[in-house]
Design a binder for this molecule. Structure first.
Ligand code: 13P
Ligand code: SF4
Length: 328
């Protein structure tokens, strides 16, 4: 059963029971009801990233996932309107894949420190410096940066994308930690950029060692945007979707998810036998998306994501090449 079907079958009054406090739940249910009516009126879907708060993730999301899954879903949805409950680069990717659809972002200020770390001029300068070397660009970038790139990747397929290229040298942008993680698993030479995620770069290896000594038998799983010494401490490294799958498969008694803290809160709802130790590193951009502004987006059809047609066409080539890389 798909997630969207499961949510359609769950009455609104039951979606947030035990997930948000009762005092907040009654207000949230009113907003959720409004959003469901607006979705029907506009033939709209809400695509939500795994970092959304529980009221969005369990309350109004029709489709949920990591950046890779959201890109695949955006490429195949039959809805007329896509509300992207996530950050701006995710909404731009949805628009690039659906130039004729209306794509709304509830808060256009929901950016990303990685996307801010590189400009199209930076990419052109790198291409001049390393002529002929393919540019692999993490989807956490602007449409203009994607347009200068050969192929995109996400944290879920970065290694597969790099390995899919014939060149023995690859320029990898903009996350130096994700790039270093890929470099540690391939024989290709990886040329890095100096970007980083403001959420994941704050984790330290010492902090993870402290969790291991405080919580006997705890499993440690980490996102590849963390620094290399942090990843060295982890039992598993993967994208947000990879981490969710790992918890489902391993059913650990105790786990710390070394990533944005809404992930653990969302997953804990369906994993009652696992204790989640939550280091609360919040992404301030992801947290700009709320139930209230999702409702406003659908009421006012704003803020619509617009990508210049030529930029969109060139960025789409890089995104399509990524989507053509087999999933396993
Ligand atoms: P995922 O693609 O793993 O969901 O990561 C997106 C992101 O922004 C992580 O910080
Ligand atoms: Fe960007 Fe980091 Fe926030 Fe993800 S968690 S959107 S990479 S700032």
């Amino acid at each position: 059963m798909s997630i969207s079907t499961a949510l359609q079958r769950t009455p609104i009054g039951e979606r947030l029971v035990g997930i948000v406090p009762d005092a907040e739940r009654f207000v949230a249910e009113t907003i959720i009801e409004d959003i469901e009516n607006l979705k029907r009126e506009h033939n709209a879907v809400v695509l939500a990233h795994n970092y959304m708060t529980a009221d969005i993730f369990h309350g109004v999301a029709d489709l949920r996932g990591d950046s890779l899954a959201l890109a695949h879903m955006a490429a195949t949805t039959e809805a007329d309107v896509i509300v992207l409950a996530g950050v701006h680069f995710m909404a731009e990717t949805a628009k690039i894949l659906n130039p004729d659809k209306t794509v709304l972002i509830p808060d256009p200020g929901a950016g990303c420190s990685l996307a801010d770390s590189i400009t199209p001029a930076d990419v052109r300068a790198l291409k001049n410096r390393y002529p002929g070397v393919p540019v692999v660009t993490y989807v956490n970038t602007s449409a203009e940066v994607k347009a200068e790139s050969d192929i995109c990747c996400t944290s879920g397929n970065a290694l597969r994308v790099v390995e899919s290229l014939e060149s023995p040298r690859v320029i990898f942008l903009p996350d130096r930690y994700l790039g270093a993680w890929v470099a540690s698993q391939t024989t290709k030479e990886i040329i890095l950029w100096d970007g980083s995620c403001m959420v994941h770069e704050r984790f330290t290896a010492a902090e993870l060692r402290d969790y291991r000594s405080e919580y006997q038998g705890i499993r440690v799983i980490a996102h590849p945007e963390c620094p290399p010494d942090v990843l060295d401490e982890a039992d598993y490294v993967g994208s947000t979707a990879g981490m969710i799958e790992w918890v489902r498969a391993e059913a650990p008694t105790k786990v710390v998810m070394v990533t944005e803290c809404s992930m653990a809160a969302n997953l804990a709802v369906n994993a009652p036998n696992t204790e989640f130790i939550q280091p609360c590193n919040l992404c301030p951009y992801m947290k700009m998306i709320t139930l209230e502004n999702i409702r406003t987006a659908l009421q006012t059809m704003t803020t619509e994501v617009v990508v210049d047609p030529d930029t969109s066409r060139r960025a789409r080539q890089a995104v399509d090449r990524m989507l053509a890389v087999p999933l396993t």
